[in-house]
Design a protein around this ligand. Sequence first.
Ligand SMILES: [Zn+2]
Length: 493
Amino acid sequence: MNKSYMRFLLLILSFTVVSGAAASDVMVRLFELQDCSIESLLDEGYDIATVNRTQNYVDIVIDESYLSTLESKAADIRVLPESWVRLLPENTDDAGYYLDPAETWAFWTDLAAVYPDLVQYPVTQGQSFQGRDIYSICITSSSGPSDKPAIFFNSLIHAREPATNSVLADFGLWLATEYNNDTMATIILDNSEIYFMPIVNPDGYEDNMTGGNMQRKNMNFTIPVPSSGIDLNRNYGYQWGYDDYGSSPNPYDETYRGSAAFSEPETQVIREFTNTIDPIGSMHYHSTGGMVIYSWNYVNQPTPHQSTFESWAAAMTAQNGYDYGRCGQLMYPSNGDACDWSYDNTEHQTCLSFGVEVDDNGFWGSQNDSTAIAEFCAECRFMNILLCMNLINLTGIEITTEDAGMGILSVTGISPNPVMNSLNFSASIPSGALEVTIFDLAGRRIDQFEVENLESGNCQLNWAVPASVPNGVYMLIVESGSQISGSRFTVLR
Ligand SMILES: [Zn+2]
């Protein structure tokens, strides 16, 4: 075989194999599906970018030349801006306002240099298929307990979702700069170790910098020969290959799960890392669509932690309006994903893990819009803070004293927690008058009021949170006679 023929063959292969990288890809929004369903679109192998059941649309990535195959499938089909699927201009090795691989590394090493007491330098945890380092960063303070629980944030498991990397950088920066300034940053770093793994799929991300742009999977094109890579977020070991729904045995599908659970070096790295740090919670970042997702994802059924997942997700999305639920409720079930494996306690303790779909403009749509990036980072920062606060406040502090002559005084049912404007709670009281005091964690009195002429039994009380009270953790103390009771809560706006 002569050399030029060989090169020609490789060229042909590279075009057919790397299905996600064609420069003719477009993203289209299908409003009101007709004569088809999410299920049938998946069956036909369409690359579904996101599903919005509330607004009744599906975003699909497709080669422009196949656009006509969608014609009859929806009432209204719109082609979304080119920037949503492509870095422009092409092949400039520049991710615009997103962080490219070199910028990501520089960001975290600079942060470690500026805040050496808080931010550890990136540590390599293993290598990708093509041999690139997969690194993690730990942020914590030297204060607090010696054995702090870990909380794990990761991004770019899907290489075409650069918004996720920005969100992690933003949260790392906030933690480091706000420590000893913001009450919650201080509480979080004093009481937990926050781990970041910003680029889980470095090969795919590097490929996207130089003209790929739509590579979602890893760059292992050898299993079986050939494929267009393995979807790392279908390659995890919990219920891997449970069915072919949202997880495909076809090597060319964007949801191809690989030849076996944990067949890929990237998921092996995460597996070992997770089992080592043994986190109490984790956040797995994706884009796009504006959603918070929790298990189970392999089937549309609740876990034993459904009520916790649901109430936390409701609080997390109270400001940004993201949808929340299980994969099967929001989009479609999918097995072998990171959340299910992280939550399952076979290999490590139960980890309350959430998946987030950042509400970006398609995959690359904010490349020239630093304001949009700042906005979705702030939306996600609120969720990150809340998750950490909830995880380390899991049990809270409750004080109850008992006076044999008067019965028990107790405070229960603090809600919502965290609170924005109005805190409800109930007190079980012996009788008479009650004094309520709110303290911050430094012991300063924030507010105080008295309730009189109470009959014994359960009473419902309320505290309107003054606008001047900053975000943070507070103590509610109720006193009656010689008795005292209290509970901890969080203000988060
Ligand atoms: Zn994703």
